[in-house]
Ligand binder design. Structure first.
Ligand code: ATP
Length: 221
């Protein structure tokens, strides 16, 4: 059965989620207070409505309780974002993802039971900073406040060496969880695996350890 999504708040973030979910064939109910935004998404989403998401009755009448996954993408109005999340939880939405504006907002969202909390600006800022530090850092994904996963293109310092020789776990406390070579992906590579030029390494570790690893082996002099 087709998954039913709801997107509340059609700013740049919510709007982009709405477009992408619709493009991938999802059934999307888009909602915003702003009539112009709603008109913009009338042709894109399965349905686009003008409503205030802090109005419990409106959410009920629009059938939000039947949706599988709702994304709350209200930015500046933290109060509205929190109240909306609370109402969605109460009416029984199965899964709720909320965009958080700051750490204080995130803490409250955790307490009221948001399933996923995202910080698009902060996360994108981190990713871009890492790719600015080294163009070999292809992606940076935060797992928690302390741990991340990074995708790194093997540069000169790693080429031709085995994982055992590089000794990444002992020296830097990070784990190489996979190596991508062209279309092949080697999950849990063995210690004798030799790194080739332009291999892509997926590494997991504490941020401070990843930073030491990047300084030693990724950033080229
Ligand atoms: P962006 O994703 O563009 O960065 P933003 O973080 O600046 O957005 P806002 O522009 O503050 O977020 O809000 C996103 C959208 O949410 C706006 O289009 C706004 O009209 C809508 N919105 C705010 N409050 C409500 C509400 N109570 N009910 C429905 N929509 C709302």
């Amino acid at each position: 059965m087709k998954k039913l999504y709801g997107v509340i708040g059609l700013g740049r973030f919510g709007g982009s989620i709405c477009k992408e979910l619709s493009k991938e064939g999802g059934e999307v109910l888009a909602l915003d207070l702003d009539e112009d935004k709603v008109n913009e998404y009338k042709e894109i989403a399965s349905d686009a409505v003008i409503a205030d998401s802090t109005d419990e009755l409106a959410l009920k009448e629009l059938g939000f309780r039947n949706l599988d996954h709702v994304i709350v993408a209200i930015g500046d109005n933290i109060h509205a974002s929190i109240l909306t999340t609370l109402l969605l939880r109460e009416i029984g939405v199965k899964r709720i993802t909320v965009k958080a504006q700051n750490d204080y907002h995130e803490k409250i969202l955790q307490k009221i039971g948001a399933d996923e909390i995202v910080h698009p600006e902060r996360d994108m800022g981190k990713r871009i900073a890492h790719s600015i530090i080294s163009s070999n850092v292809l992606d940076y994904l935060e797992l928690s406040d302390e741990y991340s996963v990074v995708e790194i293109k093997a540069g000169e310092k790693m080429q031709g060496k085995t994982l055992l020789e590089l000794d990444i776990r002992a020296k830097y406390g990070c784990n190489v969880v996979a190596i991508k070579r062209g279309k092949e992906i080697n999950v849990s590579p063995m210690a004798d695996e030799q790194i080739m030029y332009e291999d892509i390494l997926i590494i997991i570790g504490a941020d401070k350890d990843i930073s030491r690893f990047e300084k030693a082996l990724v950033i080229e002099d």
